[in-house]
Write a protein that binds this ligand. Structure first.
Ligand code: PXG
Length: 473
């Protein structure tokens, strides 16, 4: 028997099957094989509380991905709903184009500039608002190129990024990103964007190479690319502190210091894409604060509102801001929703919750060390080749042979088999190839992390049993 959904009084009640039918008839989902999903039917997410979501059939699921890396304060926070409601009644919308502003946007810009503490000679006094991470990276590309034009170096156009990076899904975002599948479908990247290899020790290190040596070597790929292009042609380097969508790729400790040395040496701008890593995810307000490097531009989105409403933006460091402000005249770029009052009011309420509940330090001092210990211990499982964490993100690799770390045949889609067992047993854990990743809400308790580790082990066991039955292990 299918569950029956209650909908507002004006609409008839819809069964799960009816919603699925309407879904496949009308809703083209992001990053989805439309035909395959229509044949299978979507899972209908119905409600959520804390770290759990429930589907329309009543299955309770531990959301170890915080929605899509965003619901940092957890589900069901009345403070955020109240802030949205109050702001909608006060001033639901007004633009910021024609010499007007609004109170939540001003307060949020001020608040963010306080949280993005100065580092070295960099200060982050200014914010440019958008509604998503993708838009924010479009804004970055515009600002970087405008900056070099204003500096009289119009030939500095090229942005260097990394393979397997994710910087969004707009034309500029997908071009900046290093996802081959996205490039192939869109004639991307657009000109002036090139990619170097990622600092993924597990896959890219030489045998016997230390993590430290690998980190320096991987950063050296940036210097090699700069020299190949000509340093006077390079505008910026963009990177995530820890690559998220690429599979929680955590760079060796030597990587970022060496990147900093290189961007300083050639005077190129550094863009830190912190759409996933900001707002407590790594135990700091921003990712650059964890690794100690000095970005010129910081992309944010997602957890700035814990995903309750869309908001994104760029923290514009003084090096770029001063030039745009002093020399730039009108900057011909912006969005209808730049500084949206409701989104900004929700962000302020979200940051207030994070401060009141001390979530950033809770991650740094309690959750992250606990996760490192217990997630790291999963490496004793026969399927797990490596299990690593950074703050409250983590990734493990499913391997065919533990001793040699031999991977499975990609055609077996072992990650998807594992993900299937997770979903069926009340756990949302992502598969990126055969790398299984988590990014739980920061409001998670230690007991809930124990519960999460138990669920992961159970799903690894089920995956192992299925692979054994199929004769693959
Ligand atoms: N930069 C980074 C680092 C991101 O993770 C974006 C930019 C784009 O943000 P918007 O708000 O435009 O989606 C992201 C988004 C995944 C997945 O599969 C990750 C993202 C989006 C969709 C899927 O892990 N990150």
């Amino acid at each position: 028997m299918s569950a029956v959904l209650k909908t507002p009084d004006t609409q008839p009640e819809l069964s799960t099957e009816e919603i699925q039918r309407l879904d496949s008839a009308h809703f083209l989902h992001p990053f989805t094989d439309f035909k395959a999903l229509a044949a299978k039917g979507s899972r209908v997410m119905k409600r959520a509380e804390g770290v759990y979501v429930w589907d329309s059939e009543g299955l309770k699921i531990f959301d170890a991905m915080s929605g899509l890396w965003c619901v940092n304060v957890g589900y069901g926070r009345k403070e955020l709903a109240d802030a949205a409601s109050a702001q909608m009644m006060e001033l639901p919308y007004y633009n910021a184009f024609f010499q007007t502003t609004n109170v939540p946007a001003v307060k949020l810009a001020h608040k963010l500039s306080q949280l993005a503490t100065p580092i070295g000679d960099r200060r982050f006094d200014h914010v440019f608002f958008s509604s998503s991470g993708s838009e924010s990276n479009d804004s970055n590309l515009r600002m970087v190129r405008r900056y070099w034009d204003l500096q009289g170096q119009r030939q500095r156009k090229t942005v260097i990024s990394r393979k397997n990076a994710y910087h969004g899904s707009t034309v500029a975002g997908a071009s900046l990103g290093g996802m081959i599948g996205m490039h192939e479908q869109g004639d991307l990247p657009i000109p002036g964007i090139v990619h170097i290899d990622q600092p993924y020790y597990f896959e890219n290190a030489h045998s016997g190479e230390s993590e430290e040596a690998f980190g320096v070597r991987a950063a050296g790929w940036l210097e090699a690319k700069i020299l190949e292009l000509g340093a006077d042609k390079v505008a910026a380097f963009i990177a995530e502190p820890v690559q998220g969508a690429g599979g929680v790729i955590i760079p060796p400790t030597t990587y970022w210091p060496e990147i900093q040395r290189i961007v300083d040496k050639y005077g190129i701008l550094l863009i830190s894409d912190e759409v996933i890593c900001a707002f407590g995810r790594l135990g700091h307000w921003f990712g650059y604060q964890k690794f100690g490097y000095k970005p010129d531009l910081i992309t944010f989105a997602k957890a700035v509102t814990s995903g309750y409403v869309p908001l994104g933006g760029v923290m514009v460091g003084n090096r770029v801001a001063e030039v745009l402000i002093e020399k730039g005249g009108e900057f011909n770029h912006g969005y209808t929703y730049s500084g949206h009052p409701v989104a900004c009011a929700v962000a302020l309420a979200n940051l207030e919750v994070m401060e009141k509940e001390n979530l950033v330090l809770k991650v740094r001092d309690s959750l992250a060390p606990y996760l490192a210990q217990h997630f790291g211990a999963l490496v004793d499982h026969p399927l797990v080749g490596i299990a690593e964490t950074c703050g409250l993100v983590a990734g493990l690799v499913l391997v065919q042979d533990k001793a040699t770390k031999k991977p499975f045949d990609p055609d077996l889609s072992v990650g998807m088999i594992c993900r299937k067992h997770c979903f069926a047993n009340g756990l949302i854990m992502r598969a990126v190839g055969d790398r299984m990743i988590i990014s739980p809400p920061l409001v998670c308790s230690l007991a809930q992390l124990d519960e999460l580790m138990g669920l992961i082990r159970q799903c690894l066991d089920l995956t192992w049993a299925e692979l054994k039955q199929l004769g693959h292990v």
